[in-house]
Ligand binder design. Structure first.
Ligand code: BG6
Length: 482
């Protein structure tokens, strides 16, 4: 199967915070890979902007260095690298003053898509939006791209939305949740809405419960300050896990169009039950290497590096089917999987000895992207009707052939969607606010109760209480397998 590249029109992309980690590690390598795919016309302009004073060549050297590290494969083509760098420019600019803005204005091209990527801390979102407007850089074809965290709670997210809305329409604001750009996350929609097979079973009549696991083996090195103020609930659950839950639980949109999809996701978030204190477990890693508290340099930190919780989507489709979510740092493996756990067959014609068997649809988001359906068959050989569960396994890489083994990174897709003006994979303002409205009371409850996270061993599957959360309901987490 050959991947299709749909060309885009010429564009200018300005990256604020272009010398920062995200720009160097993710955004610029993503742009370079898209460039190498032949998706761009000749006259594209990438303009880095940041406070540091560099000239264009010095900035190009910095970019080249990052690309050699983060897009090593494409960099083997020296001509491609030099041709990409020809399109890269730089403006020293201060988000909080007038410095540099006139020079930026001179460089921008009239009458084409103009995207401004805010790869900076949230406190600069407002000033940047304001300056783009006051320096008359905003045209009809202007888009702004905003990174997470989008607010710290409902109030700050509302304030941020209001600030951006003073200068831009909702159709111009692209709020990134990079999980939505992952190939396999989009596959969730393809699997659900492109197949007849699953939809009739996709409800509480047939689904016992759903498990969403985003396990990480990495810690929080290099991001200690941010993380200790955020914790797993704000860093992962409010956004990435919430988006996965929405894609699993939402009703089929009438079409794959930005507002149709986002309307359905919003309904799911609004239908989420509040979480009972005994339905949520917080953890903090320790042992085997520095503990969380040592890493953040705060011996009394009560920030969670792990969360497991149970919630319900209170609507007709899902009434009675619990959704269990868990995510954590420094766990046994990096593994993001959604398990749709079907109910047992209503009656076993094979008798009690055959045991209990239920189908499980596992959607592996990363690594080893693919789908497994566990089905029950007869154990081969003599000895009567003994049943055994076996996987019908499909690895996307194997099924789709070698040229699809290396799907585009989430940022490649998302940045190109900004240029194309497609907001389907970006969060709408009301969606973000609804997610905070659900998250805030959980965090407020912890604060009011002086809750302290449960310790768990680095390299384990998380705190024992997370197992209990399941056990109390007569269920078990599926394993965290890399
Ligand atoms: C980020 C979080 O949004 O997502 C990080 O801030 C987390 O803490 C990362 O590690 C996970 O992304 P991925 O793509 O590696 O699963």
């Amino acid at each position: 199967m050959v991947s299709r590249v749909i060309p885009v029109d010429p564009f200018d992309l300005v990256i604020f915070g272009s010398t920062g980690d995200l720009a160097q590690r993710k955004i610029l390598p993503a742009l370079f890979r898209r460039f190498c795919s032949g998706q761009w016309p000749d006259d594209v302009q990438i303009i880095g902007a940041a406070r540091a004073v560099y000239d264009r060549d010095a900035f190009r050297d910095i970019v080249a260095e990052s690309l050699r590290t983060y897009a090593a494969k494409q960099c083997q083509d020296a001509d491609a690298l030099s041709s990409f760098l020809q399109r890269v420019d730089y403006v020293p600019l201060d988000a909080l003053s007038d410095e540099g803005w006139d020079l930026l204005a001179e460089k921008l091209t009239v009458d084409r898509v103009r995207a401004f990527y805010f790869s900076v801390g949230p406190r600069l979102f407002g000033p940047l939006a304001e300056s783009i407007k006051s320096h008359k850089l905003a045209t009809k074809q202007t888009r702004i791209v905003v990174e997470k965290p989008f607010g710290h709670d409902l109030e700050s997210a509302r304030a941020l939305n209001a600030t951006l809305a003073r200068h831009f329409t909702e159709g111009q604001i692209y709020r990134i949740d990079h999980y939505l750009g992952k190939e396999t996350v989009q596959n969730l929609m393809a699997v659900r809405f492109g197949n007849m097979l699953f939809e009739p079973l996709w409800n509480s009549q047939y689904v016992d419960h759903i498990q969403i696991t985003v396990a990480e083996s990495v810690g929080i090195d290099g991001r200690e300050d941010y993380y200790d103020r955020a914790g797993a609930m704000r860093d992962m659950v409010q956004n990435h896990l919430m988006q996965l839950l929405c894609l699993i639980a939402m009703e089929p949109p009438a079409k794959f169009d930005p507002d149709a999809v986002r309307d359905e996701k919003l309904k799911v978030i609004r239908a989420l039950d509040s979480v009972e204190p005994h339905h949520i477990v917080r953890g903090q890693f320790e042992g085997d290497g520095p503990s969380y508290r040592e890493v953040v340099g705060n011996p009394r930190s009560t920030t969670e590096s792990y969360v497991a919780l149970k919630t319900h989507v209170s609507n007709w489709r899902w009434a009675g089917t619990p959704f269990y979510l868990r995510t954590g740092k420094r766990l046994v493996a990096r593994s993001s999987v959604i398990n749709v756990m079907f109910k047992d067959a209503p009656h076993s014609i094979f008798g009690a000895d055959a045991g209990r068997h239920a189908n499980v649809l596992s959607i592996r988001l990363q690594p080893n992207e693919g789908i497994t359906l566990k089905v029950t068959i007869k154990e081969p050989g003599p000895g009567g009707m003994r049943l055994v569960d076996v996987p019908l396994d499909m690895s996307f890489a194997e099924a789709l052939g070698p040229e699809n083994q290396d799907p585009p990174d989430a940022y490649e897709r998302l940045v190109m969607d900004v240029i194309r003006g497609n907001q389907t994979l970006f969060m709408r303002g009301d969606e973000v606010e609804a997610a905070w409205a659900w998250t805030d009371p959980i965090i407020a409850g912890w604060q009011a109760r002086g809750d302290v996270p449960k310790p768990y061993e680095s390299g384990s599957t998380g705190p024992g209480d997370a197992e209990l959360l399941m056990k109390r309901d007569g269920r078990r987490w599926q394993g965290i397998n890399p």
